[in-house]
Design a binder for this molecule. Sequence first.
Ligand SMILES: [Mg+2]
Length: 335
Amino acid sequence: MSHGICQPVGTSVLGQRLDDVADIARINREVRANSLDLLQTSHTLAGIDMALWDLLGRRRGEPVWRLLGHDQSTRKTPYASQLFGDEPQETRAKGKAQREAGFRAVKFGWGPYGQGDASTDAAHIAAAREGLGEDGILLVDAGTVWVDDVAAAAARLDALIEHRATWLEEPFISAALGAYKALAERAAPLRLAGGEGAHNFHMAQQMIDYAGLGYVQIDAGRMGISDSKRVADYAAQRDVRFVNHTFNSHIALSASLQAFAGHEQDDICEYPVEAKPLSREITQSLIERDSDGLVCAPDAPGLGMEIDTDALARYLVQVKITVDDARLYATPDVP
Ligand SMILES: [Mg+2]
């Protein structure tokens, strides 16, 4: 340790008391103050923050969304989140397949989009609309491919508007606020979405205030549940829609749904459909769609998800970190 504000996150967490919601806020403040100069702090604290909310909810017998002040868990339209096909016909087939699987909303992202010329991208957007059908909700994720190049992104707007995409996500890296704003001014009626790269409330606040976003997408795995809730409330004040960003497990999905569970206007949510086996096996159950094809944060204590430790054991890798003879870390026993 070189100085007082780069302490390991654990030093501010282990041994703390957790009796109340206020304790979670206090632990968050202590971690940030003591580990201010560590770039990893937000992500590490995000996991701890989720665990604190889950623990307190289980002890109280209340779902996290209720501890956060929501009085209901409203149902959201889940969008199937998947990669573009390599060729337009594959994109069309992927859209059709998700429609047949019961998803009305589908997001296509990354892959070839933005890597070639604008006409190839337009062919993918047309194919996506065709596969999805006229009444489907089409969402497009450029995966920061244009970094901060407004002209390159603007060349894609006509096709997105013609095929009625609801949003264009992450045309640029999160910090390129000026580029976002310039594109947003040219994009209507298309809205811009972004925010998955925000590591804390203040980063998301900057995007809401200065990037011209229509949708702010927050990953509880990056900023935790406490900050996600602050963003959801701030977005509501600024007439920006809040959406979760979740591309892996259903425990992450539950954690990401808590912040906006009670917000009826935030009625769409990301739903992972191309998850790796570990992401599906980590929990004993999944957040399934109801008979209307909608999902909501579980009405069960904490995050409402049970870890499947037997399934997890198959993926366990034994790690030991020692410096001289002092053991800094060893993989804990999994019960
Ligand atoms: Mg994205």
